[in-house]
Design a protein around this ligand. Sequence first.
Ligand SMILES: NC(=O)c1ccc[n+]([C@@H]2O[C@H](COP(=O)([O-])OP(=O)(O)OC[C@H]3O[C@@H](n4cnc5c(N)ncnc54)[C@H](O)[C@@H]3O)[C@@H](O)[C@H]2O)c1
Length: 440
Amino acid sequence: MRVAMIGTGYVGLVSGTCFSDFGHHVTCVDKDEAKIDRLNRGEIPIFEPGLEELMRRNVAAGRLDFATDLVDAVRQAEVVFIAVGTPSRRGDGHADLSYVHAAAREIARAAQGFTVVVTKSTVPVGTGADLEHIIRETAPDADISVVSNPEFLREGAAIDDFKRPDRVVIGTSDPRAREVMAALYRPLSLNAAPILFTERNTSELIKYANNAFLAMKITFINEMADLCEHVGGNVQEVARGIGLDGRIGSKFLHPGPGYGGSCFPKDTLALIRTAQEAGSPMRLIETVTTVNETRKAAMGRKVLEALEGPVRGATVAVLGLTFKPNTDDMRDSPAINIVQSLIDRGVKVRAYDPVGMEEARKVLPAGVTYATGPYECADGADCLVIVTEWDAFRALDLDRLKTLLRVPTVVDLRNIYPPSDLIRRGFRYVGIGRGNLDAG
Ligand SMILES: NC(=O)c1ccc[n+]([C@@H]2O[C@H](COP(=O)([O-])OP(=O)(O)OC[C@H]3O[C@@H](n4cnc5c(N)ncnc54)[C@H](O)[C@@H]3O)[C@@H](O)[C@H]2O)c1
């Protein structure tokens, strides 16, 4: 089948590449010329494990190409995906649909023959109907069916998630579109991936419900961690104890500095707006977002409290800047809040991230210095903070670290170290939900 992918970011590039690997012919389109130039040179503009190799293979096989011009790609395509950004609209938290609407207008003008237009971008309930309206207004004679097919891939594990999804959700009531979508995803049936066909509105809601639920699960265990710190108790064991209950499940029960990233913060806010406007507020999710924001600020204070001497002029080494490991994505990363609150108090911040440094420089406050590795980062610091649990930080040479740090304090915001490993070596260890344990 011929596919056009409009928007070649984290989602568009991964899905486009994977569809081409299934044997479809895919053109990935993006307005960003520099991005398309890089892709045409065989470079990938994002960090995603395995993507570069998969992309090269499919480009070489003639199934995958890149363009800035949407018209040609759409004219030839039977399926056109919209995978552009839907960031939070400044001021009210609504999903900003301007990129989606603009893409729909351009597609409507270019489409020829029966074309299925699919929203892969995360869009609020009712967007499919709005797009139909926009398309009818722009090109009254176009033969277009608008389908919802939200994406659930996780950055860092995106290819595997796309190729071996828990499920594929497709929202349409149009039998012609359903047939096209079933053919498009047929290669996945070999992996026995369940394909869930629903009404379009339901499909749009599933994506938000999914992210809101996961944000809630993380927030729950984060509050449990706080309680453990107050009353005594080990949140890791609490998580394990409840996670073994099949009704709860063990995933997304890792306490940390609060959720961030390109999806949960904006999607929870957008769902809240949708619910408020519908007169059916989701108070649970409203609370989740408030608790999470409070938490990010509290993490900065946690680090400041861990400093033994004067805060102003102290040096804090920050390991891990991206919102999670195996991505270079800095969008809404908790590191941003933490670093800002340290800088605000006159702390000198030295930071290191295995792949996120280029993106981090764009969003972290001026004044942060960047190290070339974890040990250079720790050298002479008054405290080491682990913000993102990259594998590279899981087995640091603790004895070397101890000699490098000026004050051997480790704030482990991801609980990646057993406290005893550090305490035994004379560190002061501050974790999440396991109490503050001193060497003495
Ligand atoms: N990143 C994730 O992990 C993830 C997961 C699931 C769903 N989503 C959703 O997928 C959508 C895309 O997210 P992303 O992270 O890939 O965004 P992104 O910002 O990485 O990429 C979006 C791309 O679209 C391009 N673009 C915008 N308007 C265009 C137009 N009219 N024509 C051509 N290109 C255009 C931009 O230049 C950009 O390269 C969002 O709605 C997001 O919520 C993201």
